[in-house]
Design a protein around this ligand. Structure first.
Ligand SMILES: Nc1nc2c(ncn2[C@@H]2O[C@H](COP(=O)(O)OP(=O)(O)OP(=O)(O)O)[C@@H](O)[C@H]2O)c(=O)[nH]1
Ligand SMILES: [Zn+2]
Length: 322
């Protein structure tokens, strides 16, 4: 799809507005990039024009800066929500790359939560497992990810510090090419290493964005859009905040549908409102792995995934409504 043909039809009242892409967002202001690559600070006009990185907007110049008059309809929005707040990561994504490493050991619960959020938003996921050079830890982590591969999620082995093909970057680049990908991952997984390899000027660019948006204050921008190619076809969005991945926007009764290994068995339980925890005649429970040493069949649900399902279900069922 060509970006040039994506412009929204201009109603008469908005003909003077410019089109742009939000490439960084910070508090009440953001950075908007025009088709010619120029970037300007813009301020959303009113609450309904609040933006996230990846938003396509219509804006009006005002001096050196701009005012956002319209946010174009989003194809999707990736976010997390806990008891007190909602954090939007980015909009209009093609894919989420969850980057974890052999070391430090990753939390499977955080991984599972990120995957549920992506599924709920209708966004494709790929998992990158970094630090292949740490052989023993890598083998263990690769095994922990077996249930994810079995349920159809692609897992790419990476060694982001290694040169050339050894790094696993060619295979990853194939998935990224021509798409917009949000990179998420726990601290120490190698996100900065990845961004620095794919975006040679990343560090300078981040500094510039922070300066523009914070006017010198010592704060890092939370989410940043990077083009990895000169033609501006392939984008990486770097975002912190993998911890405390709240899913309060999801209904407990929808959870099984958002976990592919459980989803495949839905529809055959005796009770239509089965929670798949303890009900007789449940069609999901018989597929839960009982012997962790045995290989997981393609239709199986790993003991750890089922435990995470139970924990998440309780958490979502207990949430207060406001
Ligand atoms: N052994 C090994 N170490 C790596 C590899 N890739 C990155 N690292 C190291 O892992 C450490 C963490 O990498 P970063 O890129 O800073 O990780 P990050 O995800 O950005 O971490 P935060 O900035 O804390 O969010 C650094 O010391 C890297 O040099 C790899 O392939 N193998
Ligand atoms: Zn059931």
């Amino acid at each position: 799809m060509s970006r040039a043909t994506r412009r929204a039809p201009s109603p008469v009242a908005t003909t003077s507005l410019e089109s742009g892409l939000v490439v960084a967002a910070y508090g009440r202001h953001c950075l908007v990039e025009s088709a010619d690559g120029q970037r300007r600070i813009c301020h959303p006009r009113g609450k309904k024009n609040e933006v996230v990185v990846g938003d396509r907007v219509r804006w009006q110049p005002s001096g050196d800066e701009g005012s956002i008059e319209q946010v174009e309809p989003r194809r999707n929005l990736f976010y997390r929500q806990d008891e007190v707040r909602t954090k939007s990561f980015a909009a209009n994504l093609d894919r989420v790359l969850v980057l974890v490493a052999a070391d430090p050991e990753f939390s499977e619960s955080q991984l599972a939560r990120a995957l549920v959020a992506a599924e709920a938003a209708g966004i494709d996921v790929v998992i990158g497992l970094n630090k292949r050079d740490l052989e023993t830890a890598f083998a263990r982590a690769w095994n922990r990810l077996a249930p994810y591969r079995a349920m159809g999620c692609e897992v790419l082995p990476l060694q982001l510090r290694a040169p050339g093909d050894e790094s696993g970057l060619p295979a990853l680049n194939e998935r990224l090419h021509g798409h917009t990908t949000l990179v998420l991952g726990p601290s120490g997984a190698g996100k900065s290493t990845l961004v620095n390899r794919l975006v040679p000027h990343a560090r300078a660019e981040t500094g510039e964005i922070s300066r523009a948006l914070n006017s010198g204050k010592h704060t890092t921008t939370s989410t940043t859009w990077y083009w990895t190619d000169g033609e501006r076809h392939t984008a990486l969005i770097d975002s912190p905040g993998f911890q405390e991945f709240g899913l309060h926007h999801i209904d407990a009764m929808d959870l099984a549908r958002l976990m592919p290994d459980l989803h495949q068995h839905l529809g055959a339980c005796r009770f239509h409102n089965c929670t798949h925890r303890h009900e007789p005649g449940c069609a999901v429970i018989p597929h839960v792995q009982t012997d962790p040493a045995a290989a997981l069949p393609a239709t199986g649900i790993s003991a750890s995934r089922y435990r995470i399902y139970g924990e998440l279900f309780d958490e979502l069922a207990a949430k207060r409504s406001y």
